[in-house]
Ligand binder design. Structure first.
Ligand code: ZN
Length: 135
């Protein structure tokens, strides 16, 4: 795996969280993007070589809404950049980790992503992401 690509943070409301993180990181939010398949709205901040991804639910029963209901706002996942997501998924399955999906899917910010089940990663939701290269 390469560097940590981003840290995902579950928030209740962008209205409050975006200005807060702009102030904290001293950098403007450079992009917001909806991932309709996950019922989630994302907001990105660059911080050195890494990013912060804020996640806000678009529906009352979405995964992020449920997460906040159970655990409150806060760190939701850590995303690692990989060069070849298929190869990394294969390696991790062989090493005994459980993937949450069999195929990579299209995530926010021009990425192919795959999540690992927190049961097999010491309670941390881990995301793999590979940049989609423009043809
Ligand atoms: Zn993410």
């Amino acid at each position: 795996m390469n560097k940590i690509e981003h840290i995902g943070i579950a928030v209740k409301s962008f209205e409050q969280a975006i200005p807060l993180y702009e102030k904290l990181l001293n950098t403007p939010c450079y992009k917001t993007e909806e991932v309709a398949s996950e019922n989630v709205q994302t907001a990105f901040f660059q911080n050195g070589p890494n990013k912060i991804e804020l996640l806000q639910s678009t529906t009352p029963d979405g995964v992020i809404a449920k997460y906040i209901e159970k655990k409150g706002e806060g760190i939701h996942h850590i995303a690692f950049e990989v060069t070849d997501i298929q190869a990394e998924m294969k390696r991790l399955v062989e090493a005994g980790f459980t993937l949450m999906q069999e195929q990579p899917k299209k995530g926010a910010d021009n990425k192919l992503v795959c999540f690992l089940h927190p049961k097999t990663t010491g309670g941390v939701l881990v995301e793999l992401c590979q940049e989609i290269k423009e043809p």
